[in-house]
Write a protein that binds this ligand. Structure first.
Ligand code: CAA
Length: 384
């Protein structure tokens, strides 16, 4: 694995960093406090190509490798975990499965608009009663001629209330459990398909999270991704990719914690000295720095393997698990270093502390990552 970046990777990382510092950072706290999803930011990212970087150019994307996309994710998350969440869902668990499993007609119809963020997407797997046990989902799809009728509900769906198109996993043959799950593309505006924004979240206030409701929602046969029964595999492979970018976002948030805490520790005077001169404060900062660097390398290794076309399930889960836990520890330490000020929204670390909890949970909790890592490393089934 090469440890230096190509000129193109550096160029896109710098472009994302400049964009994040100019357009996202100045409004990140305000949008968090006002619970405001800022469409203009997403549209501007779309115009720059950042909302579909790894989508091939023939489908309207920038055609970058996945490592470049991970670098972009890190920079966006460093400014705002909310905006990052909108981005990672759009690319990793929406565009990537359409690219991998969609037929030519679906790719041509939808991808160019999604790459420019003219069309926002979401990924409907989780349900009110089904989270970690994805194969147990209860939404059904019943064939009616050349249409499928979907009934059920999806919960905690990032972008759900702003999406024009949703991937919906539904049970088409309950007797087959995971082999009876099928993935459908459902357009907003389809009769029987609605959404309800979820209020009262702990963090990610500037991202959109919704419940999706499907009531006799008719979807044409040609909107199936892959084949009937491929839905679980589609969801698992989408999550493999998603876990790399979530890891990258966690690195960005951890880096933001390091930056904020180091700055504050240099400015804050106690006992007549900047608190950074106290070794116990330095120890906290050094742990944050070391863990952020380690997480970054794990994320880049997983992206590198994906770009080489190698199996990367294990490495993606290791990266997501470690980066999310490291980011959580970094957020706790950043608040501690800020003392009482860290407990107020006068400083951004309070936002990082709340936002990071979503990153620990979504796209597979730490416990699910450990099951995947165990299964992949030791060859044992998760549930035996
Ligand atoms: N790639 C390809 N195939 C895979 C796979 C992968 N990574 N993982 C499993 N499969 C296949 C298996 O090979 C097996 O195939 P066969 O039918 O041929 O045997 C099949 O899928 C079933 O595999 P398991 O027996 O391992 O399945 P399981 O029911 O035991 O579940 C699990 C495994 C890892 C626990 C899985 O359910 C899981 O990842 N759960 C967590 C779900 C999750 O992350 N949800 C997040 C919601 S999405 C989100 O957060 C997005 C957002 O809005 C931010």
């Amino acid at each position: 694995m090469k440890l230096d970046y190509t000129d193109e990777q550096v160029m896109f990382r710098n472009m994302a960093r400049e964009f994040a510092e100019r357009e996202i950072l100045p409004v990140a706290s305000e949008d968090d406090q006002n619970r405001h999803f800022r469409h203009e930011i997403v549209q501007k990212m779309g115009a720059l190509g950042l909302m579909g970087a790894p989508v091939p150019q023939e489908y309207g994307g920038l055609g970058t490798d996945y490592l470049t996309y991970a670098l972009i994710c890190e920079e966006i998350a460093r400014a705002s975990a909310s905006v990052f969440t909108t981005l990672t869902v759009q690319v990793s668990v929406f565009q990537v499965p359409i690219l991998k499993w969609g037929n030519e007609q679906l790719k041509k119809k939808y991808l160019p608009r999604t790459a420019k963020a003219e069309l926002i997407g979401c990924f409907g797997l989780t349900e009110p009663n089904i989270g970690s046990d994805a194969a147990g989902l209860e939404t059904t799809a019943t064939r009616q001629g050349n249409m499928w009728v979907l009934d059920g509900a999806k919960m905690w769906i990032t972008n759900g209330g702003v999406a024009g198109l949703a991937i919906i996993a539904a049970q088409t043959d309950k007797s087959k459990r995971h082999r009876g799950i099928t993935a459908f593309l459902v357009e907003q505006g389809t009769p029987g398909f609605s959404s309800r924004d979820i209020q009262g979240k702990l963090g990610l206030h500037a991202s959109n999270t919704a419940e999706l409701i499907l009531q006799g929602c008719k979807v044409p046969e040609e909107n199936i991704l892959g084949q009937v029964g491929d839905g679980f595999k589609i969801a698992m492979t989408a999550l493999d990719s998603g876990r790399i970018s979530i890891g990258a976002g966690c690195v960005g948030l951890a880096q933001a914690c390091v930056d904020a805490a180091a700055k504050y520790a240099q400015e804050r005077i106690q006992f007549g000295k900047p608190i950074v001169s106290f070794q116990l404060v330095q120890e906290m900062l050094v742990d944050m720095i070391v863990e952020t660097e380690a997480a970054r390398l794990l994320v880049h290794r997983a992206a590198f393997l994906k770009d080489k076309g190698e199996h990367f399930t294990r490495e993606a889960s290791i990266a997501k698990y470690f980066a999310a836990e490291a980011a959580q520890r970094a957020a706790v330490k950043a608040v501690k270093i800020h003392g009482g000020y860290g407990y107020s929204n006068e400083y951004p670390v309070e936002r990082y502390y709340r936002d990071v909890m979503a990153m620990v949970l979504y796209e597979g909790t730490a416990e699910i990552q450990k099951l995947v890592i165990g299964r992949e490393s030791l060859g044992v089934s998760a549930f035996v």
